[in-house]
Design a protein around this ligand. Sequence first.
Ligand SMILES: [Zn+2]
Ligand SMILES: [Zn+2]
Ligand SMILES: [Zn+2]
Length: 133
Amino acid sequence: MSEEMETPGIESRIPTPDLSCPKCDNLLPQGLGIIQCVMCGSKVNVEHEGTKRKWREEKIGCPVCSKVLVVGVGKRPANLQCSACQSHFVLKPNRPKIEISCPSCNRKLRMNKKPGEREISCPACEAEFKISF
Ligand SMILES: [Zn+2]
Ligand SMILES: [Zn+2]
Ligand SMILES: [Zn+2]
């Protein structure tokens, strides 16, 4: 399985809350604002002041010079500029990970948590199996 392409930047440590779709009860994709349920297609308006406040107050280290910066922006991704070295970088949304074990070789695998069903092929034994959240 190949990992998704990543844009350069660092990842926020603060996830959005896990919310389920009010219509079909499946896990909604991460994020705030208008979120579309991948299972039933309904659009849900997700607002969460507590998360936005934590996002504004989050402290991160500049990926270039390591200076500690307060983000000050209540959204993710956020385009930031370091006040010390002037580098531009992107603070990406937090991607929660879950740990599963391969049903064939029992090896522990860390996956990005995403709603819906996915087919996984185990990097150790190449067994294919399905996961869903
Ligand atoms: Zn739904
Ligand atoms: Zn810097
Ligand atoms: Zn395996």
